[in-house]
Design a protein around this ligand. Structure first.
Ligand SMILES: Nc1ncnc2c1ncn2[C@@H]1O[C@H](COP(=O)(O)OP(=O)(O)OP(=O)(O)O)[C@@H](O)[C@H]1O
Length: 581
């Protein structure tokens, strides 16, 4: 049975068992800002429990999967003394979880699955499914994020652990709050319990019925920057700020969610971190250029993209590939100054330095925006990360201190459900209708543009093009778990996990869009098979074939051996092959 322990569970945020209370766990370092309540409960059986039970039955008499695969419980922040770990297991936590994030479990006992009633599936992420559910102890509607362990690897477990540890360090009205964890001593499944949020900003922005006023944009941006300010003050970088990760409730409160890519950082004790984070459209230039030494400015860039997007009514830089993304950035924000190239020493600088500098044209492009927004956009979208300043500084900018002031969250309209998932459903429905009407000779062109701009390509898909130095084992492991590995950058490339940096990016010229005027002589060209995170090795014969030279067109500057139409279609096929696997 899923919940073998069958002990008392909490009704609220946290519950505390006798055992935990009496143990040394209690006397050890407490996670900040966690209130502890004690409740006695009974339980009733619901669907979630069945799911969990099934999983454990599959494992039969073997150890739970989490335990079996816990080959390297070496996640530093959680290396609890054995006694404490024992106490946590006695309190009902599975050993594998205690091993990787014991610190974050202190003061909590696991909630039982049978104390929740699943209502609906509301989202599905890279490594999780999210359900709307009712907490049977409180009657409150919550969101349950079920972490998928179908492809359990120590790395995935560590990333999940990091998310939990980070979430428990944060406590702010504009940051989603982890209210508890559902698991049991014998279970290898895990649900994160969150307050239920009805909307997300991407869904609202994509809704044809919604057009934000300046005061409303200020209200959302103020909340976003306040949440970011809190994260940054607590040494947390979010690393995936985008509309679909900004949840909004019916009271207009915005909370930053999805800390799956977040990491701790300490400006005084820097470690190299992976540059393969942040969804492409919101990714700052330094990450595209391979920076591994970065800080809060990466989140501020994303916030700048969101501010401009809310005012423009559509994403401002919807690149399809990393190269195209960088090109869009250069066209809007200008290319880096010589001084910046020199001081930044970015790994991909020589690959992406344009032959001619690009002029910055933010003010011209956004001339219809409220004048007070332009200095803030200029700051947040500065090419040099240092110039982006901080969330605290942004909150003091004239955008927020001039009329019309930010409206009160409670005065925001009550929107119908508008999750990104709802937008997807709308798109699917529109597509279905279009297909039907096309058959009658009427292709609904109007909705198409909006639909195409409505969602950012997730970081994983966008990144797939540049993965070449990934070890084969991970590659095969991830072939069936689309984009998961991108969500979980390899720990050996992420200083946040205490590993040293590993491979660097290899750029395949075949993947450069034809309108990008970078010097292709600076692209490395390899006959080695392209490896990606999201699929198997491609046919080396196809990849290594010599390319024909092609004349540059459009605004491309200088000669290029960028792919021809034929090359491109072959590359597209190759890419298709990769992602299909
Ligand atoms: N507290 C919540 N209330 C309501 N819906 C939520 C909540 N948390 C998450 N969701 C929904 O579930 C989706 C996936 O959640 P989340 O982004 O945390 O998972 P993920 O696996 O990290 O996803 P991704 O790969 O998209 O980053 C969200 O886009 C959102 O629509």
């Amino acid at each position: 049975m899923g919940c073998v322990l069958g002990r008392e569970v909490s009704s609220g945020i946290v519950s505390e068992s006798k055992e935990v209370k009496n143990s040394r766990v209690e006397s050890k370092r407490k996670v900040e800002d966690v209130s502890v309540t004690k409740t006695d409960t009974t339980s009733s059986v619901v669907e979630i429990q069945n799911e969990e039970t099934q999983e454990e039955k599959v494992d039969g008499d073997k150890k739970p999967r989490g335990e079996r695969r816990r080959s390297r419980p070496n996640y530093k922040p959680s290396n609890l003394p054995g006694q404490m770990r024992g106490d946590q297991v006695a309190a009902g936590w599975p050993p594998w979880l205690s091993a990787v994030c014991g610190e974050a479990l202190n003061g909590w006992i696991p909630r039982r699955a049978d104390t929740f009633e699943k209502i609906d599936k509301i989202g599905s992420g890279t490594y999780s499914n999210v359900y709307k559910a009712r907490d049977l102890l409180t009657g409150k509607v919550v969101a349950l994020k079920k972490v998928r362990f179908d492809n359990l690897e120590p790395e995935s477990v560590k990333f999940m652990a990091r998310e939990i540890i980070i979430l428990r360090r944060l406590n702010h009205p504009n940051v989603v709050k982890l209210e508890g964890l559902v698991t049991s001593r014998m279970s290898c499944s895990l649900y994160l319990v969150f307050e239920y949020m009805e909307h997300d900003l991407a869904g609202l922005a994509a809704s044809p019925a919604v057009k934000f006023t300046e005061a409303q944009v200020k209200c959302y941006m103020h909340q976003l920057l306040s949440g970011l300010e809190h994260c940054h003050k607590r040494g947390v970088l979010h690393r995936d700020i985008k509309g679909s990760n900004l949840l909004i409730d019916n009271e207009g409160i915005l909370r930053i969610a999805d800390f799956g890519l977040a990491s701790f950082f300490d400006p005084n004790n820097k470690h190299p971190m992976t540059s393969r984070v942040v969804t492409l459209w919101y990714r700052p230039p330094e990450l595209l250029l391979g920076a591994t030494d970065y800080g809060v400015s990466i989140d501020l860039w994303s916030a700048g993209c969101i501010l401009a997007e809310l005012l423009a009514g559509k994403p401002i830089m919807p690149g399809r590939t990393e190269v195209e993304q960088l090109h869009k950035i250069y066209k809007l924000c200008g290319s880096p100054s010589d001084e910046y190239w020199k001081k930044s020493r970015l790994p991909n600088a020589t690959l992406f330095k344009p032959r001619e500098p690009y002029k910055r044209c933010i003010r011209e492009t956004f001339k219809d925006f409220p004048p007070s927004s332009l200095p803030l956009i200029e700051t947040l979208l500065a090419i040099d990360p240092v110039e982006r300043q901080t969330a605290t500084a942004a909150l003091k900018s004239e955008f927020f201190t001039t009329e019309p002031y930010a409206c009160e969250p409670s005065s925001l309209p009550k929107y119908p459900p508008s999750k990104e998932m709802d937008a997807k459903r709308r798109d699917d429905e529109a597509r279905r209708l279009r297909a039907a009407s096309k058959a009658q000779g009427d292709a609904g062109k109007k909705t198409r543009t909006r639909e195409r701009h409505a969602r950012a390509m997730p970081a994983p898909d966008a990144n797939a093009e540049l993965q070449s130095n990934i070890d084969r084992r991970r590659l095969i492991n991830h072939a069936n778990a689309k984009s998961k590995s991108e969500k979980f950058p390899p720990p050996h490339q992420d200083g946040a996990l205490g590993y040293t940096l590993g491979s660097s990016h290899h750029i395949d010229p075949a993947l450069v869009p034809p309108d990008v005027p970078f010097s292709t002589t600076s692209f490395t060209y390899s006959k080695e098979p392209i490896q990606t995170w999201s699929g198997p090795l491609v046919d080396p014969a196809g990849v290594g074939a010599p390319r024909r030279k092609k004349k540059n067109t459009g605004d491309a500057r200088g000669s290029s051996n960028l792919p021809t139409g034929k090359d491109k279609s072959r590359d597209t096929q190759l890419k298709g092959k990769k992602s299909m696997a």
